[in-house]
Design a protein around this ligand. Structure first.
Ligand SMILES: Nc1ncnc2c1ncn2[C@@H]1O[C@H](COP(=O)(O)OP(=O)(O)OP(=O)(O)O)[C@@H](O)[C@H]1O
Ligand SMILES: [Mg+2]
Length: 301
């Protein structure tokens, strides 16, 4: 797997305050990488640095793309950072034409395809000032995709989109990542969405990349098992006797932490004690659980 973009020891100060300190990670070709973190963690600042909107920083952004292999109609970066800005008195179409021409030759067929893909065929004729939040967001996507970028930087792109829109865009991003090897860095506070679309996610906290979570990883250090039982008292007594860590006790469900290899012997103990249970299953921690563990709940900066 080749690394197409490297964020190397990036540090950014605003006055004396560090917005980013020593952030290092890589983006692989064709990968969709999540960027998550509480408000003020530094996500937008980092994305602006990556695409060159912010030039004053320490560290390096290294692109391992041979510019010669990029076709003339392609540019390296496409981005949508914070609320997309358009000329309100121009139509959506005029805006797209304008931005497209800034980045090279206008490819009308490509433009029309993207407009249709974003469900904007009718809306593009109207002035942008009449657009709803979601329509502006769709236009922002269209702009980011216009020149077939090799790397897409998307800052909270699904804000304001309806569930249908989110679904379509997720499928489209997965398609271009897989088929065209486009590499995508995407930030969002909707962690379930990040979990669906990304292979890995970088967790930023107070300007530091504190962890890279691999979403494909099946085994976490602690495996949590849920037992469904209506004999909770007996079950809890057994857990106590065996010194097993209780994760959670709910209505008819007890969650415990146990190394995987000890599960069968624990189940034997349960059976020997004649405690009934109707189901046992492994509980995977969601990205949201991990995020809360790592970032300490709702505390920001
Ligand atoms: N232009 C600026 N001048 C001064 N401080 C700034 C500026 N832009 C950002 N910051 C500060 O840098 C830190 C990181 O902000 P940033 O916008 O990157 O966070 P974020 O992770 O994108 O947050 P959110 O989830 O709210 O979008 C914050 O402390 C913020 O106050
Ligand atoms: Mg932000």
């Amino acid at each position: 797997m080749s690394e197409i973009l490297k964020i190397a020891a990036v540090t950014k100060k605003f006055d004396k305050q560090f917005a980013l300190s020593n952030v290092t990670f890589g983006l692989n070709e064709g990968e969709i990488l999540g960027l998550v973190g509480p408000n003020g963690a530094g996500k937008t600042t980092l994305m602006k640095i990556i695409v060159g909107l912010t030039r004053n920083f320490e560290g390096k952004i290294i692109c391992n793309v041979d510019r010669k292999i990029i076709a003339p109609a392609e540019k390296l970066f496409g981005c949508m950072i914070e609320a997309p800005k358009f000329y309100p008195y121009m139509s959506g179409y005029q805006n797209l034409k304008f931005f497209s021409s800034l980045n090279g030759k206008l490819n009308k067929k490509n433009l029309n395809d993207i407009v249709e893909l974003m469900g904007l065929s009718n809306a593009v004729k109207k002035k942008v000032k009449t657009y709803s939040l979601g329509m502006k967001q769709r236009l922002g996507f269209a702009q980011a995709l216009l020149n077939n970028p090799k790397i897409l930087i998307l800052d909270e792109p699904t804000n304001g989109l309806d569930p249908n829109g989110i679904n379509e865009i997720r499928k489209y991003l997965q398609k271009i990542a897989f088929e065209n090897k486009v590499s995508i860095l995407i930030s969002s506070h909707t962690l379930s969405e990040i979990e669906k679309i990304c292979q890995r996610a970088v967790v930023l906290k107070k300007g530091k990349a504190i962890e890279i979570i691999d979403m494909q990883e099946k085994t976490y250090e602690d495996t949590i098992f849920a037992f469904e039982t209506n004999e909770t008292d007996e079950f809890l007594a057994l857990l106590k006797a065996k010194n097993i860590v209780i994760e959670d006790v709910g209505e008819g469900i007890i969650k415990i932490r146990l190394p995987k290899e000890k599960l069968s012997s624990f189940i034997k103990d349960v059976v020997l004690k004649d405690i009934n249970f109707t189901s046992v299953y492994e509980v995977r921690k969601s990205l949201e659980d991990k995020f809360l563990d790592l970032t300490g709940g709702n505390k920001i900066v």
